[in-house]
Ligand binder design. Sequence first.
Ligand SMILES: CN1c2c(nc(N)[nH]c2=O)NC[C@@H]1CNc1ccc(C(=O)N[C@@H](CCC(=O)N[C@@H](CCC(=O)N[C@@H](CCC(=O)O)C(=O)O)C(=O)O)C(=O)O)cc1
Ligand SMILES: N[C@@H](CCS)C(=O)O
Ligand SMILES: [Zn+2]
Length: 763
Amino acid sequence: MAKIHNLGFPRIGKHRELKRALEAYWNTDIEQQEFTKQITQVREQHYSAFDLLDYAQVGDFSLYDHVLDASFLFGNVPDRAKVDNTVENDVDAYFRIARGRAKQNDCCATHAGEMTKWFDTNYHYIVPEFSSSTTFMLNCESLISEIRTVRSRGFEVKPVVIGPLTYLYLGKAIDNSNKLELLEPLLKEYKLLLQTLAKQGVEWVQIDEPALVTELSDEWQFAYKYAFEYLNDSGVKLLLTTYFGDLAKNLKLACALPVAGVHIDAIRAPHEVEILAAKLNANQVLSVGIVDGRNIWRTDLNRALALLKPIAEIKGNNLWLAPACSLLHCPVDVTIEQNILAEIRPWLAFAEQKLEELEILKKALTNTPSNSVFEALQNNQNIIAARKASTLATNFSVQQALSQIQQSWLTRSDPYKVRINAQQALLNLPRFPTTTIGSFPQTAEIRKTRREFINGDITDVTYENALKAQIANCIQQQESLGLDVLVHGESERNDMVEYFAAFLNGALTTQFGWVQSYGSRCVKPPVIYGDISRASSMTIQWTQYAQSLTQKPVKGMLTGPVTILNWSFVRDDQARSLTTKQIALAVRDEVIELESIGTKIIQIDEAALREGLPLKKSEWQTYLNWAVDSFKLCSSSVASTTQIHTHMCYSQFNDILPDIQRMDADVITIETSRSNMKLLDAFTQFNYNNDIGPGVYDIHSQNIPTTEAIKALILTASEKVPAQQLWINPDCGLKTREWKEVIPALRNLVEAAKQLRVDHLSA
Ligand SMILES: CN1c2c(nc(N)[nH]c2=O)NC[C@@H]1CNc1ccc(C(=O)N[C@@H](CCC(=O)N[C@@H](CCC(=O)N[C@@H](CCC(=O)O)C(=O)O)C(=O)O)C(=O)O)cc1
Ligand SMILES: N[C@@H](CCS)C(=O)O
Ligand SMILES: [Zn+2]
C-alpha cells in the first residue's frame, strides 16, 4: 500500500501564533520561559497534522527560517552571533543573525544575515555565509530532542534536512572563494548527523535538494555524485527530495545517486513521474508530489489517480504520496474562512485539506477502497466539475477588452530623451531629486484602526478620516524634511498586493490565509479565480487628497501586474501570461484615471518581476517577454509629460538589463545600498539610458545612515551612472520601520543630496 508523508507544514500557525510569540519576545513583553511555552503550543499544530501521515516530518518547524536553522545545525554561525567569542547556541544568538541587533548602550550592534528569496517563492531565507576559512561543527541536540518528543506521541519520524549541495548553493561566499571547496568538511558533519540519527533508530531522512531542478554546471553535477556516495551507508535511508520544477538534465544524475528514494514534484514535472518510476530500481521509493504545495486549488483526485495508478502497479509499497513541495507556502486551514463566496469555497484546499486529499488518494489506491472513499472521490469530482462549469471565472467584457489591445498601447509616444525634457520642464526638480518608495511606517495605530473598521467597530467615515489624518501627517513630515517628490504613505494598504486585489473582479482576499514571508512577517496572497478587471478606482481618492495638501508633486502609487500575479494564488486553468495581461489592463485603467486627475508622476511597483524569473535560465526569455509587455501595457498610455516610475527591490539585473531597459520606465528605483552600488555595474556596462534611483538607505536595518555614508554612496553611484540620471531614495518602502528611525534617516538623505548639489554646482 502507498504511504503518505509531508515535506513540511506551515509554521506560522492558524492565527499567526508564532508571529505573536516572536514579536512579544523581541519586544521583551514576555520572558524566554513564557516564549518557550508559547512556541510549544504552536508546535502542537504541527503534531495535530501528523495524525493522517505514515511518517511525521521533524525538523521543518523553525523559529525564524529553516536555512538559518541549517546554519546553526552545522555550526556555520557568523562570529558576530557569538558572545565573548563562544558559540552560544541559544535563541538570542539565533535571532541576532536573523534580525540583527541595534546598538544598545553603545554595545553589541550586529548586522543581520542577508535575506533573499527561497527559489521562486515569496518566502525569504537568511543567506548562509561562507569563506575559505569556514568550518562546520554539528550541533543536533534540538533535532534529536524533537524526534524524541514526536516519537513519544506514537509517530514514526522522518527528519527533514536541507541537503549539502542545496545548502552550499543557497549561500554566499563573502570572499568569492569557491563554495564547493567546503563540500568535504561539510559532508563530514552531514555524515555524523546521519549516523547519529541512525543510532536513534531513525529509518528515513528527507534530504531536500531543490537545487537539482536548476541548471547545474558539470562541477556541481559531479559534486552531487561525490556527496551522495560519501553519505551512502550512513545507516539511514535517504529520500532525495526535489521540488519546484522538473529534473530535466539532472534526471539521470538523480536516478544514479545511491539513495533509498527520490521525491519528485508531480505538479511542475508530471512528465517525469513515469520516467522516474521506470528508472529507479524496484527497492527504491518513489515519492510523488501529487498535491500542489504552491497553490490553493482542490486537487482533481481522479486526474491524480490516473497518474498514480500505473505507478502504483510498478512501485507497489514503494510508492509514497506527498505534497509537491513543503506546505510552507500555503495557508493552514480553509475551514476557518467565513467570507469566501459560497460557490468558490469548496474549490479551495489549504494545508490541512491537502493532507486530507493525500489520505483519500492513498485509500483509493488500495485494492478494496471503502464506500467512504468512493463518496469522497465523488464529492471531489462534483467540486471539480462545479468549478469548471461555473460562470464566475468568465467575464466576456474582459475577453473583449483583451482582443482590442493594440500594439501601440505598449509603447510611449515619445522616446525617453524627449519625455524627460518635457517632464523636467513641468516638474522643475533639482539635480539629485529626493523621493521615497511609497510606504511610510505602518504603525500599530493604523493596523488597529483598520482592524476596528473590518470588525465594524468604526464607521466608513471614521476610518476614512483616520487615514486622511495619517496622509496629512505623512505629507507634512515629508515637506518638513524637504523631500522633492512626495508620496501619500500607503497607510490605507494592508499589503501592496492584497489591497489591489480587493478592487479587482475575479480575485478574492481571505481573512486568515496567512503565509510566512520572512520571520514573523506574513502576507495573505489573494486568490485569482477568474477574468480580472478593475471594479472601481483603487487609489484615486488618497492620491488626490495627498496632492491637495502640497504644492510638491505627489506620486501616484500602484502595484504592477507581474507583481500582483507573482504574489497571488493564481488560477490554474489558463496561462499566467494571459492572467497578467488582464491585470495589466486593470492597472492601466487606474494609470489613466490617475493622470486624468492631474497626477504628474505615477510609480508602478514591479518588486516581483525579477524574482519571478523561472529557475531554469533557458526559460527566462519567454517569461521576460510577456512580463515586460504587461508592464508596458499598463504604463505606456500616458502623455510624455507624465513621469512613470517603477521600483524593484531585488536588483541583480546583470543578466536582464535589456529587458529592464525595454520596460522604458522614466525612473527606476532599486535596492543597492548594501552592495555599495555594485549592482549598478550592470547599468554602466549596458549604458542604461533612463533615470535611476539606487537605494542609499538600507530599510531592512534599524541603523540610521549618516549624511556622510549616504554622500559616499551617491558619489560611488555617480562614478557608474551620469549624475543627471540619478535620484536619491531609500532601498524600498518604509512600512516596517518606525517614525523615529525614518525621520533622522530621511533628514540625512535630504541633507546629503543638498550638499552634493552644492558640490556639483561648484565643480
Ligand atoms: C515587499 N514585500 C512584500 C512581499 N509580498 C507581498 N505580498 N507584499 C510585500 O510587501 N514580498 C516581498 C516583501 C516582503 N516583505 C514584507 C514586509 C512586511 C510584511 C508585513 O509587515 N506583514 C504584516 C501583515 C500585513 C497585513 O496584511 N496587515 C494587515 C493586518 C494587520 C494585523 O495583523 N492586524 C492585527 C490587529 C492589529 C491590532 O489590533 O493592533 C490582527 O488582524 O490581528 C493590516 O495592516 O490591516 C505582518 O504583520 O506580518 C510582509 C512582507
Ligand atoms: N511601494 C511599496 C513598494 C515595496 S516593494 C512600498 O513602498 O512599500
Ligand atoms: Zn521594494
